[in-house]
Write a protein that binds this ligand. Structure first.
Ligand code: PMP
Length: 373
């Protein structure tokens, strides 16, 4: 019988630290008394929220005293149409984090392991350890590779053993921005044992402008062990509403559905996401702005001798060539919030979200002042 609450908490929990999000603007206001602050720390959309979602919100007349549609019928249909798949392959989530967690709860547990890459999304190890599974962290590609710090898919394949339940791949990856080509991914999927689930986290996929010929519907038809996750937090500008989804075989979707909270997606998120999904103009504008500003940011950093990792996402990760923490702190005093990456094994790097032109200029100007000190 455990004697303390700490002993009562299961072993996996003791190895965990809570996820550290980007610093909220209000926190910095309180801490430093600043009034003008820009946040380029959480990969949010600088264009704001999809106008179609805002319009839907303004006209929302749902009965909030009732439960939402737990099956998310209408939204599921729209997502299925978007991807050319059957609706019973779609699982709706309270953000895509929800789908990651459901997958871990179904396919991981004590005695099992999850294979992840170093410098990858922090939620994967949390999801695995939370259910008592081990994390097999595979070294990333070296700093001088074509895709520096990217996923080493061959090494990840070699790390799979008979206890592996899930492999997590972020493509493009957060926090590096690196990516794998569709050919590399299918070569990988072809070799993964069929009972090992591969989560392909596509939170940033809409920002990818190179190597983009992936045909998810075809992949889903070929790989019953594939779970693709998507989010409305990035390109749709709906991070605050919380909505994401999974695409998988019906077998996997059925398992996820069994343990899903019955009403995991709230009524307003269902309503707004169903409207946003057809806002093609906003998506196109968001991609155009990101592609332009990402290139400008990379050029500006490179012109200052700061090496950037290749990015196909809506952020750029660059090497400050020194301990990045003091740079991060000094930027905070300039009212600019970026993301320090020591917790991701990149202590000299910082990650900056691609903002609008004015915010990006302000970031570069602040960085110049900080680095000149
Ligand atoms: N996957 C990756 C790679 C991410 O960077 C994020 C957001 N930081 C998520 C998933 C989760 O996004 P959400 O839960 O908002 O959909």
């Amino acid at each position: 019988m455990p004697k303390t609450l700490s002993e009562q908490a299961h072993a996996g929990i003791h190895g965990l630290s809570a996820y550290v999000p980007g610093k909220p603007i209000e926190h910095l206001k309180r801490e430093l008394g600043l009034t003008s602050i820009i946040k380029l720390a959480s990969n949010e959309n600088p264009l704001g929220t999809a106008p179609a979602a805002l319009e839907a919100l303004a006209h929302f007349d749902g009965d909030l005293y009732r439960y939402p549609d737990g099956s998310g019928y209408e939204l599921k249909q729209k997502i299925a149409t978007r991807h050319g798949v059957n609706p019973d392959r779609v699982t709706l989530g309270n953000g895509s984090d929800d789908i990651l967690e459901l997958t871990g709860r179904v396919f991981l547990g004590p005695g099992k392991n999850a294979v992840v890459s170093k410098h990858s999304f922090a939620v994967y190890p949390i999801v695995a350890r939370a259910v008592g599974a081990e994390v097999r962290e595979v070294p990333a590609l070296p700093a001088d590779a074509d895709m520096p710090y990217g996923h080493d898919l061959d090494a990840m394949l070699a790390a799979i053993n008979d206890r592996t339940g899930v492999v997590f791949i972020a493509n493009p990856n957060n926090p590096t921005g690196t990516w794998a080509t569709p050919a590399a991914l299918t070569a990988f999927l072809d070799r993964v044992p069929p009972a090992v689930v591969v989560v392909l986290d596509q939170a940033y996929i809409e920002y990818q402008t190179q190597d983009t010929v992936a045909d998810e519907a075809d992949w889903l038809a070929r790989y019953d062990n594939l779970v693709i996750t998507r989010t409305f937090s990035k390109i749709f500008g709906m991070a605050g509403l919380r909505f994401g989804y999974g695409l998988s075989s019906t077998t996997v979707a059925d398992f996820l559905n069994r343990i899903r909270q019955p009403f995991n997606v709230n009524m307003i998120a269902l309503h707004c996401a169903a409207a946003a999904i057809d806002d093609h103009d906003f998506i196109a504008r968001s991609i155009e702005s990101n592609t332009r500003e990402r290139a400008r940011l990379i050029d500006a950093l490179a012109a200052r001798g700061l090496a950037c990792l290749p990015s196909q996402a809506n952020f750029v990760t660059f090497d400050t060539a020194r301990d990045a923490r003091p740079v991060y702190d000094a930027l905070l005093h300039e009212g600019v919030i970026v993301r320090p990456l020591a917790g991701y094994g990149l202590p000299t790097h910082l990650r900056v979200t691609v903002g609008g032109a004015a915010d990006n200029d302000r970031f570069i100007a602040a960085l110049d002042r900080v680095l000149a000190r």
